[in-house]
Design a protein around this ligand. Structure first.
Ligand SMILES: [Zn+2]
Length: 413
């Protein structure tokens, strides 16, 4: 391998990629393999960015430290998905799926020939099976709400799941269209806000696919995944945006983990009734503002004059972050299109933004399932009131008098 550095800041002249991407084509072969791995073969690259999202920086450290060959190619033997998923008609619609690669779980099979010939094509999706067990589910069995069946749910609380990890793959013209902005404006902001990390965003308008350096999502399926995409299959779903403090450590300032556990309960019930349950877990920590911003906001909420109250909940976030939320649910429905889902029978979410994004993509929500009041932790009342007042799904919208009451704990309590 040559030792010179390949700059991506300079266009390569008239020559475009040797295998352009035909996004939204009916088959993987017509769409073509996505090649982002190799800077050393610039003529072969047809995607900007790199695989593994933010973990690419650790890969760089491994190479720099001499632990990893910089041209290492993964051996994909025996890594194929454990279930058949798709193809669904939505895969061939360039307007429906624009933030993941619908063929990303089976590249080793679809592009076997190119890989054998030395092209570095990598999966962006992996699908496996697992058992999960959460204390809330064991408690739900003890309380008689969940009934073990020895198949989906064991008496000890073990749940059999299929799970999928998905890395984001953005088709830039489609993302721009979804937000109603110019592709050039999107490319420029991506270039500038990542400190100029990906010059091809502005120098190579012919490269339409971008692998962004962000977290992806994990799907947990309950029941038979292969029933998805059939109109008669009933689907329950919890769409969950990551909240490490609550999800993993049980912090009580929000409803995240209790709602997640409740959503899993709803999913297990649906699977036991012959449908499919689905948890979509998005790496969008702290409304995609990140955990540092989130903790700053917690302090600002609890130190403000008048105490932590729903009335100023969103304002405190906006003071620190400049916006209330950066999760952009506009891209979220893609995963449902990928799974062939056109109707969600039980939707364990109260978010008006998530619900609106599904509706905008023509995905029907039959029943919205609110978090049971008894599951809302003590310090999370502020968040719940604020969200209900802002349009979250609820039977009772809190009034102005309710919103000024300080319900959050003090900082040192
Ligand atoms: Zn939370």
């Amino acid at each position: 391998m040559s030792d010179h550095i390949v700059l991506t800041s300079h266009p390569r002249g008239k020559a475009g990629p040797s295998s352009p991407v035909s996004w939204g084509a009916a088959t993987a072969a017509e769409r073509g393999p996505l090649v982002a791995a190799s800077l050393s073969q610039p003529a072969l690259r047809n995607a900007i960015g790199t695989h593994s999202g933010s973990y690419s920086v650790y890969r760089a450290l491994a190479v720099a430290a001499g632990h990893l060959q910089r041209d290492h190619k993964p051996d994909l033997t025996d890594t194929a998905p454990v279930v058949t998923l798709g193809p669904h008609p939505q895969w061939a619609d360039p307007h429906k799926i624009i933030s993941l690669d619908p063929w990303g779980h089976r590249v080793a099979e679809y592009f076997a020939e190119q890989i054998a010939a030395g092209l570095d094509v990598r999966p962006t999706i992996a699908i496996t099976k697992a058992h999960i067990n959460m204390p809330e589910l064991v408690a739900a069995i003890a309380a008689g709400r969940l009934k073990p069946d020895g198949d989906i749910l064991e008496a000890n609380g073990d749940v059999r799941v299929t799970k999928a990890a998905i890395e984001p793959v953005w088709y830039l013209p489609g993302v721009a269209e979804r937000f109603g902005i110019k592709e050039s404006a999107l490319r420029r902001a991506l270039f500038e806000q990542t400190g100029g990390m990906f010059p091809e965003l502005v120098t190579r308008p012919d490269l339409k696919v971008f692998l962004p350096p962000i977290g992806g999502m994990t799907l947990y399926f309950f029941g038979d995944v292969e029933k998805l995409g059939k109109p008669e299959t009933k689907v329950a779903c919890r769409l969950h945006d990551e909240c490490n403090g609550s999800d993993v450590f049980g912090s009580d300032i929000c409803t995240c983990r209790p709602y997640l556990a409740h959503g899993i309960e709803v999913c297990i019930e649906m699977a036991q009734q012959g449908g499919v349950g689905l948890v979509v877990y998005n790496r969008k920590e702290g409304r995609a503002l990140g955990e540092v911003t989130k903790f700053l906001v917690y302090n600002a909420r609890k130190r403000q004059v008048g105490g932590d109250r729903a009335e100023t909940y969103f304002e405190r976030t906006e003071c620190v972050a400049g916006v209330q939320d950066m999760r952009f649910q506009e891209l979220m429905p893609d995963v449902f299109h990928w799974l062939g889902i056109t109707r969600i029978d039980r939707w364990a979410s109260m978010s008006n933004m998530k619900h609106g994004a599904l509706a905008a993509q023509g995905i029907e929500v039959v029943e919205r399932v609110a978090i049971p009041d008894a599951l809302i932790p003590a310090d999370a009342r502020v968040e719940m009131d604020a969200k209900k007042a802002a349009g979250y799904f609820t039977e009772k919208v809190p009034d102005a008098a309710e919103l000024v009451v300080a319900k959050g704990r003090g900082l040192h309590e």
